[in-house]
Design a protein around this ligand. Structure first.
Ligand SMILES: [Zn+2]
Length: 289
């Protein structure tokens, strides 16, 4: 019996997955030496999931030695420039890679202010798109790899399953912008990425229970103006979600000049309510789960 127990422990150590989240872009849309929003999930040293493709994310992806071939999906939390603009560069790079499998690009529905992911890809690569010289990427005959738009229509939690992880996606409030938050589950580990939101509809809590790692977009300080608060969560709200979610590690990302001078204050506010580990995000920082 003892021997069997030893075997069980040894095999679980042997097969324990190495799970890391790399912050490719820790910044917002301004010029400050940081890439804009982007995160890369590594499982056993293979890049499996890319969340957001803000400006500079492709360069950080290259610097991390990640391969397009190993990706199983991409999520764009919303279609603001600082979360999506590098997409054409990644797709163009595909022509020079070994990747042949189609790639899902998951994103929210469209409205009168923003295109759906289908419309966005048509605007880029369709017959009348800006990059119509690459129309083949929307077809199975692509000389790069085919990209498949996956629209999250529902306001409820939507689950998606991939070989090495699963996703729970939920619409979050970001002014007039359709936006998503995402929870990633890998074995018994989980990561929550807030995306940009002021959490007006309190949807973040719905997917925040017992996450190992919470990437919160800390784009405004506590005493930000009304308009900024219509779009982004405050440090107090971040602390609340980290607390109710029983989060193990909290990473503050989407750092901007307006918050960087107030980070001491934000830290104080958050640590009053949330007692776990708090880390400020940097480009290319890898966090092991
Ligand atoms: Zn943003």
């Amino acid at each position: 019996m003892k021997y069997l127990f030893f075997l069980f422990i040894a095999s679980s150590i042997l097969y324990a997955q190495k799970i890391e989240l790399e912050i490719l872009g820790s910044g917002g849309p301004e010029i400050d030496g940081r890439a804009s929003s982007s995160y890369l999930l590594w499982i056993d040293n293979k890049a499996r999931l890319l969340i957001d493709m803000g400006s500079g994310s492709m360069l950080r992806f290259e610097q991390s030695n990640a391969k397009l071939e190993s990706l199983q999906a991409v999520v764009l939390t919303h279609l603001h420039i600082d979360h999506s603009v590098d997409l054409p560069s990644f797709i163009k790079a595909g022509y020079f890679s070994q990747r042949v499998n189609a790639l899902d690009i998951i994103a929210p529905f469209g409205n009168e202010y923003f295109p759906s992911i289908d419309a966005y890809l048509q605007n880029l690569f369709g017959a009348n798109g800006a990059y119509r010289y690459m129309q083949d990427v929307l077809t199975p005959q692509s000389d790069s790899f085919q990209i498949l738009p996956v629209t999250i229509h529902s306001k409820n939690i939507i689950k998606k399953y991939y070989k090495d992880f699963s996703l729970e996606l939920i619409n979050v409030y970001h002014g007039t912008v359709p936006a998503l938050a995402v929870r990633i589950t890998i074995g018994d580990k989980s990561i929550l990425i807030s995306g940009d939101t002021n959490n007006k509809n309190a949807n973040l809590e719905k997917i925040a229970k017992n996450v190992d790692l919470f990437i919160a977009h800390h784009a405004i300080a506590q005493h930000a103006g009304k308009y900024a608060k219509r779009l982004h969560i405050t440090p107090k709200q971040i602390a609340h979600i980290a607390h109710v979610g029983n989060v193990k590690k909290l990473v503050l990302s989407h750092r901007m000049k307006r918050t960087r001078t107030k980070e001491e204050e934000s830290l104080k506010i958050i640590s009053k309510k949330y007692k776990g580990i708090i880390i400020f995000a940097e480009d290319s920082m890898k966090i092991e789960l």
